[in-house]
Ligand binder design. Structure first.
Ligand SMILES: Nc1nc2c(ncn2[C@@H]2O[C@H](COP(=O)(O)OP(=O)(O)O)[C@@H](O)[C@H]2O)c(=O)[nH]1
Ligand SMILES: [Mg+2]
Length: 399
């Protein structure tokens, strides 16, 4: 799974990315396998299941503090998108194509209203951030439509001639955008296209399908960033009232970054997503640093409950995508062959069953599946039973 950061220039994408992916190497385990400079690893935060089982886990990837487990998620920082991006404005098409395989998008919005739609500074508070939400969605919709349009004539003719199943053919053709058969079928049904010969679809019908599939495959959560700036709170509240169906979370990337950096250098003790931090080395802080920390506590943490960055990534994975975190484990043994206690935690899509989880762990576990056991209550599970968030699952298998 990977999550893309989008937004206009200077909205704070790179600051958010840095705040999210900055790692306290003393704490986190993660193999550094960065392929691109703008791709990194952030962490979702969950209540670790180790507490209920009376153990202290030892994660192979990520970390666990006070039974709060931080599970890795791949994140991509995409360069700024401006109106007209889908037509190639500001290298927009290149940047959009980087997002093809993303499962969800975090839209970083400058909620203080100090930038115009191209990301240029203007008088603070004079820009309505609602405009950004509208224009970005339009660019994403048009990007999909254009990908469809480009191939449609040739593609639909071929499908018609070869009498290929339309749903299957569309899913295959656009699988690079994470489109699958179930989605295509559902959207075609809603648009009354299931019975219609593909070569007779109108451009409006092709467009409607492209947009419906965009919404499904690139869902968006809004990070109302720069919430620390005076006047931002009121703008955030207004945005929330206007976009009731959206998940909008106030955040200050700058605050999160400052706290993580202070924690990394040992000045404070701070766990991401918490409403407080503790000063560890008072004598090493300058007056300016003390004032800065005090400002962050009062104008961000006390006001919003946290810096919001952790809340945003958790929101993307658990609220927007409705993923569940699953721990493999044994009723009689929670330790792997290297002595690690509950080493793994997997983020799985909604609808994951005991059997599909077994296949995810290893083909052999899926093929040799006998039964699954819920380790928390020791009850046996049916193979097609859906798993729940924070379940600990033992797979009993042959071979
Ligand atoms: N006050 C404030 N400034 C921020 C915040 N996040 C980013 N910025 C500032 O906004 C400017 C643009 O940030 P950057 O991350 O480079 O934006 P990008 O172009 O979207 O990647 C920089 O000067 C940041 O320091 C925030 O949460 N609060
Ligand atoms: Mg940037």
């Amino acid at each position: 799974m990977f999550v893309g950061l989008v937004g206009k220039p200077s909205a704070g994408k790179s600051t958010f990315f840095k705040a999210l992916t900055l790692m306290d190497v003393a704490r986190a385990n993660y193999p550094f396998t960065t392929i691109k400079p703008n791709s990194g690893v952030g962490f979702v935060k969950i209540d670790c299941a180790d507490k209920e089982l009376g153990v202290q886990c030892n994660p192979r990837e990520g970390y666990c503090v006070n039974h709060k487990r931080f599970v890795p998620v791949q994140v991509l920082d995409v360069a700024g998108l401006v109106p007209g991006a889908h037509e190639g404005k500001g290298l927009g098409l290149e940047f959009l194509n980087d997002l093809s395989q993303a499962d969800a998008l975090i839209h970083i919005v400058d909620v203080s209203g100090s930038l115009n739609e191209r990301g240029e500074p203007i008088e603070a508070g004079t820009y309505d951030p609602a405009e950004d939400i509208r224009f970005l969605e339009h660019e994403l919709d048009m990007w999909y439509y254009q990908i469809f349009q480009k191939v449609w004539k040739k593609f639909s003719t071929t499908v018609n001639q070869t009498k290929e199943n339309t749903v299957k053919a569309i899913a295959k053709q656009f699988s690079g955008l994470k489109v699958n058969e179930d989605m295509v079928k559902e959207k075609m049904r809603k648009l009354n296209l299931l019975e219609k010969v593909i070569t007779s679809w109108t451009p409006e019908e092709v467009k409607a399908l492209a947009i419906a599939l965009r919404k499904e495959t690139k869902p968006i959560i809004i990070a109302a960033n720069k919430a620390d700036i005076p006047g931002a709170y009121e703008k955030y509240m207004k945005l929330k009232a206007e976009f009731k169906d959206y998940i909008i979370i106030p955040c200050s990337s700058e605050c999160e970054l400052a706290l993580k950096e202070a924690a990394k250098s040992g000045l404070i003790d701070y766990t991401p997503g918490e409403p407080n931090f503790k000063i560890l080395q008072e004598d090493k802080l300058s007056e300016k640093q003390k004032k800065g920390l005090d400002f962050l506590q009062k104008s961000v943490l006390d006001k919003y409950g946290s810096s919001g960055v952790q809340h945003v990534i958790n929101g993307a994975v658990f609220e927007l995508l409705k993923y569940v975190a699953i721990f493999p484990g044994g009723v009689n043994n929670l330790t792997d062959s290297h002595g690690r206690v509950m080493p793994d935690c997997f983020l799985m899509p909604p609808g994951t069953t005991a059997l599909s989880f077994a296949f995810h762990l290893h083909t052999q576990l899926g093929e040799g599946f006998i039964r699954a056991i819920n380790v928390k209550n020791k009850l046996q599970m049916k193979k097609d039973e859906p798993l729940h968030h924070r379940d600990v699952i033992e797979i009993v298998h042959n071979g």
